[in-house]
Design a binder for this molecule. Structure first.
Ligand code: SF4
Length: 412
């Protein structure tokens, strides 16, 4: 069944539950839109308490259980490069690239792009780890050239066992998506997904964070162009699309969840289907000394961090019950176990730097890896070791999809 549902979501009884979940979100949004305020920890505690009393967490867990059961699907990430000229203020790569721009530099040891051979080895490592759904991410150096996008994507779709490849690279026109779709040779059964995060749906904040992006066609500076990218991909024949927000860029998380909900409805109306995945990462500051980010509301470190995170995932589940919500190893393993009750898709063993998966194989085999420079990392992560993570999911009764668990010795 598509999207990992365990029921036919078109059945009248299921549709009633879906509508009820959306209504619970709408009522909560009306009441607490600006009370769930990242600038005021006392208000956050009050909203969390109100959510408990209103049964928000229980209702969110129940709709996840009804539609997805105990299914949880996994994906791996291949970072192709750190060179990017978009200069987003919330991104360590954006900050590093901007510093170089200010100093008139064009290259650095830390800003790199994998060759096709290196990318192929990194993708092989993901397959060896057990991944079957693979997201390939790239900065502008690759993303701006659709021909290069095709070359890298072609490597990924050919890897044995891979059933879905996510291109998380840039926003494009329908024509460019058509070129990509028509040029890639897709093996039977392998799906292609386009995913970009809108980052924030609050237009004034979007303009603030993207003000250093180049003013040219296709640039991230163009909010509307990015907003239409998923529709363009679906019209061009992509199988699936994904959306996402980076929490902490704007003050009121409920506005961002409403933005995601409206974007999903827009994609359904003009592209013909809802997004398959919705990512809900929290902005962090992985390199505070070398490449500090400019994020207005850094949630990591707040005393209410876990409350905020749980509220976001529970409310997003209610707002978009049928969309697969995604957690990531930006959150620590303890928080991720909590989020499993709301999200049904997650990363496993992510190493957010080009070539990171090759190095992770050494880790997996119990070796330490240390040589050379450390590339700029886009996000701090707490990668879970596959064997322990699989055991934990199985112990808690989850069915793991999209991953070759037979590779691991799982005897108790
Ligand atoms: S968020 Fe993406 S587009 Fe923006 S600077 Fe970082 S890599 Fe480039």
């Amino acid at each position: 069944m598509s999207n990992e549902y365990i029921v036919n979501i078109e059945l009248p009884g299921i549709q009633t539950e879906i509508k009820e979940a959306r209504k619970i979100f709408s009522d909560f949004y009306e009441k607490y839109c600006t009370t769930f305020d990242l600038a005021d920890e006392a208000k956050i505690k009050m909203v969390y308490k109100a959510a408990q009393i209103m049964g928000i967490f229980a209702r969110a867990k129940a709709i996840r259980q009804l539609l997805f059961g105990r299914n949880i699907s996994l994906y791996g990430v291949c970072y192709l490069g750190t060179k990017c000229n978009q200069n987003c203020k919330f991104c360590p790569m954006g900050q590093a690239n901007w510093k170089m721009h200010l100093h008139g530099k064009t290259s650095s040891d830390r800003l790199i792009t994998l060759s096709l051979e290196e990318a192929s080895a990194d993708l092989d490592a993901l397959v060896q780890i057990g991944h079957r759904e693979i997201c390939i991410l790239a900065g502008e150096a690759i993303a701006c050239d659709p021909g290069k996008v095709v070359e890298y994507a072609q490597l990924a779709v050919y890897k044995p066992g891979v059933h879905e490849v996510i291109l998380n690279m840039g926003a494009y026109t329908q024509r460019t998506f058509e070129f990509i779709k028509e040029t890639i040779v897709l093996p039977a059964g392998v799906k292609l997904q386009h995913r970009v995060f809108q980052e924030t749906y609050v237009k004034t904040e979007y303009d603030y964070y993207m003000e250093r992006a180049p003013r040219e066609h296709g640039s991230k500076a163009d909010f509307d162009f990015r907003y239409n990218s998923q529709v363009a991909a679906l019209k061009a024949g992509f199988d699936e699309v994904g959306i996402g927000v980076l929490f902490g860029l704007s003050r009121y998380p409920l506005k961002e969840i409403k933005g995601l909900q409206q974007h999903a409805a827009y994609i359904k109306k003009y592209g013909g289907k809802y997004p398959k995945r919705c990512c809900l990462p929290i902005a962090n500051n992985p390199e505070p000394d070398t490449n500090p980010v400019d994020v207005k509301y850094l949630i990591p470190g707040m005393s209410t961090e876990q409350m905020i995170t749980e509220l976001i995932y529970a409310l997003a589940r209610l707002a978009m019950p049928t969309v697969s919500t995604v957690s990531s190893e930006r959150d620590n393993p303890g928080t991720l176990e909590l989020l499993d009750q709301y999200a049904n898709h997650t990363t496993l063993f992510v190493h957010p730097a080009p070539g990171g998966n090759i190095k992770s194989l050494d880790e997996l085999h119990g070796e330490t890896f240390s040589h050379g420079y450390k590339p700029v990392a886009q996000a701090e992560v707490f990668p879970r070791y596959p064997r322990e993570a699989i055991k934990s999911w199985q112990k808690r009764g989850y069915n793991i999809l999209g991953f070759n668990i037979t590779k691991y010795d799982l005897c108790p």
